[in-house]
Design a protein around this ligand. Structure first.
Ligand code: GLP
Length: 242
């Protein structure tokens, strides 16, 4: 595991975007695994700037997103479909037919998960998987549990995740209670993984996830077993790590 310590959030965002940009330059038909949450927003802004400068071409890029809230329509500005369009897809020349997220409006959860597994299979292994880190160590929406779930599944969000994400909704009651998420097995199949983390409030979980025991109670800890992980984290997020 490679850890890149950055000065602050902006520095983290630039460095993470540079890594993704290099991947696209080296392999224009790259399969990107994409993440949502507040942390990667700056990374996406830098990628959009790279595209606007003419340095980046997304025309052959394919993407698979980690997760989607169950029951939120695409038009809802808190859906991850909306997020991806609002922060990246609508500003670059990616072919929308090559972008994929779980279908949050598919009520039949078994069908939703099976369909997304088929999509992941068809798109192929991610060349680079971008990840944020939840306060409880979740990646995608793989919440702490008894075992690492391998494939796409429907998850009951923990109270701590609902609390953490309520800032984006009118109230905690409005936060969906379930989500569809890519499994840990699929995340681990990515050729390279890039984790972005920022802020003092993540310092404790950074230490646990990347320097503590590997356990499904801290889902991100499994990344210690992956052969090519880069963590780009700012000083505040790394403040408990020597
Ligand atoms: C969300 C997403 C994750 C994200 C995490 C952290 O719930 N499902 O993919 O990494 O929480 O979010 P943030 O970056 O806003 O702290």
């Amino acid at each position: 595991m490679r850890i890149i310590r950055t000065k602050d959030y902006n520095d983290m965002s630039r460095k993470a975007a540079n890594i993704i940009a290099a991947q696209i330059v080296l392999k224009p038909d790259t399969v990107l695994g994409l993440a949502t949450g507040s942390t990667p927003i700056g990374t996406y802004e830098n990628l959009v700037q790279g595209y606007e400068k003419g340095d980046l071409d997304f025309s052959q890029v394919k993407s698979v997103n980690l997760d989607e809230y169950r029951g939120l329509p695409r038009e809802n500005d808190q859906s991850y479909y909306y997020f991806m369009h609002d922060h990246l897809f609508k500003y670059v020349n990616i072919d929308l037919a090559n972008t994929h997220l779980p279908d949050g409006m598919q009520e039949d959860s078994q069908k939703a998960c099976a369909e997304y597994e088929a999509v992941i299979e068809a798109v192929g292994r991610q060349d680079l998987q971008l990840l944020g880190l939840g306060h409880n160590g979740h990646i995608g929406f793989n919440e702490p549990c008894e075992e690492f779930k391998k494939t796409t599944h429907c998850v009951n969000l923990t109270q701590s995740t609902i609390e953490a994400n309520k800032r984006f909704f009118a109230s905690a009651d409005e936060v969906p209670k379930q989500a569809y998420t890519m499994g840990i097995g699929t995340i681990m199949k990515a050729k390279k993984i890039l984790v972005v983390v920022s802020g003092q409030d993540k310092a404790k979980i950074v230490k646990e996830a990347f320097f503590g025991p590997v356990t499904p109670q801290v889902p991100a800890s499994i990344l210690q077993m992956h052969p090519d992980v880069t963590v780009v984290a700012d000083e505040a997020a790394l403040s408990l790590v020597k």
